[in-house]
Design a protein around this ligand. Structure first.
Ligand SMILES: [Zn+2]
Length: 207
């Protein structure tokens, strides 16, 4: 008998199609919208019941969805979203993704998929069980360079959107300059969230 249990760290994450560009992408990388009792809502955690509609987490696809796609899919239903794509991205989407980013960190810590502090992160890197470094944005240049060169040696990404006191407060601990992810679905979601936040923030500031 074959083992059909899905691995947590599956290389084939579920695929969804963007209603704007029609491109396929991993479910993690796309935004989900859902029709809930006739109102179109942004589904931050991709868990709302009802028919879901997916859009790439980039400005061009979100704008196209506001201009055409959403009207086509909702027909007479109302929209619970912002007035236009720009204010949706700025006021709802980016704050939502940043909130979810913190939730992933907390869930990672609780499930032991996220390591706090230099010793445990470096131990995991040495035993080749680390998936990525998370470095505080206010780490000193020498500290940051040290972790970046360790990461480069192991071919691991370096992530991180917040400073050391943010990470400390999040876990009810003292400041944390470095965190480390072990592989798994929380890391995959976290890494996708960071890429989306960085892209959208640069897209709305450059205009
Ligand atoms: Zn798209």
């Amino acid at each position: 008998m074959s083992d059909l249990n899905q691995q947590e760290n599956t290389p084939h994450s579920p695929q969804r199609r963007c209603i704007s560009c029609r491109g396929n992408g991993a479910k993690y990388d796309l935004l989900r919208f859902a029709l809930v009792e006739g109102t179109l809502c942004f589904d931050l955690r991709k868990k709302l019941p009802g028919r879901g509609y997916y859009v790439c987490a980039k400005k061009s696809c979100i704008e196209a969805a506001f201009q055409k796609g959403f009207k086509r899919v909702t027909k007479s239903a109302s929209s619970g979203l912002a007035e236009n794509a720009e204010s949706f991205i700025r006021d709802i989407l980016i704050p939502g993704l940043r909130k979810r980013y913190s939730e992933c960190l907390l869930a990672g810590y609780q499930s032991h998929a996220l390591l706090l502090g230099a010793d445990s992160v470096e131990d995991a890197a040495r035993s080749d069980s680390l998936a990525a470094y998370v470095i505080a944005t206010d780490a000193s240049e020498s500290t940051s360079n040290k972790y970046r060169s360790n990461a480069a040696r192991k071919n691991l990404p370096c992530l991180g959107l917040y400073d050391r006191s943010f990470y400390g407060r999040l876990f009810g601990k003292s400041d944390k300059v470095v965190l480390g992810w072990l592989p798994g679905h929380l890391y995959e979601e976290f890494s996708s969230l960071e890429a989306s936040i960085r892209r959208l923030e640069s897209e709305i500031t450059q205009k």
